[in-house]
Write a protein that binds this ligand. Sequence first.
Ligand code: FAD
Length: 317
Amino acid sequence: MKVTEHLSKAKKTLISFEILPPLKGQGIQSIYDAIDPLMEFEPPFVDVTYHREEYVYKKHPNGLLEKKTTRKRPGTVGICAAIMNRYEVDAVPHIICGGFSKEETENALIDLHFLGIDNVLLLRGDQIKSESVFVAEPNGHAYASELIDQVVAMNKGRYIDDELGNVAASDFCIGVAGYPEKHFEAPNFKNDLIWLKKKVDLGAEYIVTQMFFDNKKYFDFVKACRNIGIHVPIIPGLKPLTTKGQLTVLPKIFHIDIPEDLADAVDACKDNNAVKEVAIEWGIQQAKELIAGGAPCLHYYTMGKPDVTKAIISKVL
Ligand code: FAD
């Protein structure tokens, strides 16, 4: 079933999760260990992130460095199929522009279609870690909006090779990312919203937000979206803190702000167990306010650590 159908049928705020594929070489059990404790909350769908290739340098005995390309967390499509099979929930693979030509994307979409996966979250992806700006592949997409065009075309039965006859149209429900605190490359909030509206006008049916810790940012974002003419559901993305180090790491990686009250409380913690207690209290208040404010679904970035998320949700449902 499509994410939008789950949202429209729901009589209360839904709970969903995002998981990361394990590092290459690990088995599927680590995925089940991250999901099993959360299944009691009956998530209608689980997102699985996609991770682009990275450059690694292998040192040879003669001292020379060899540059190699590797994908450290492969397996998104296989994990989606495994989740659907084991839990009978919908899986939402993330599809990114970075590192893919249009034809490779089309082949991935064909795999998803064959597997009966009818939801996708379409993203541009970030630049390769060691590079400073995002560079599209030759014959790839530069923005998520171009990826939306491709999926919408396939939903209408139009493949890259327009001479194909008797084609099977796909029927993907399309989600995209939104940024309550602005995407870091956008010159300003309004400009970012204009591009977000373009994604919706092209066919995105719902938005999942970047993590935020101050609900005002989400409510203001929803209001600004409605004012500019974006009327699709906007799902808040939530990341419970689990370590003190995240106070500096999360703003650096995700370009988000951690409110003073929360940062001070975490700073005062003796160890990460105390951080988790603070995060649970904060998360409970955040979730209750979002539910009261009409959020359609609370989407948790569990990052393979379900315990804090579980402690929060069990207090708010
Ligand atoms: P876009 O919508 O393409 O926007 C990128 C930037 O360009 C923005 O600043 C926007 O304002 C601007 N822009 C958009 N269109 C145009 C245009 N036509 N012309 C000029 N400017 C334009 N990354 C991963 O690698 N894997 C994942 O699985 C993943 N999952 C994510 C899930 C969520 C919910 C979120 C919020 C982010 C996720 N990301 C993931 C990170 C994401 O890929 C990055 O934030 C990336 O930098 C932007 O992706 P986007 O789809 O928002 O880009």
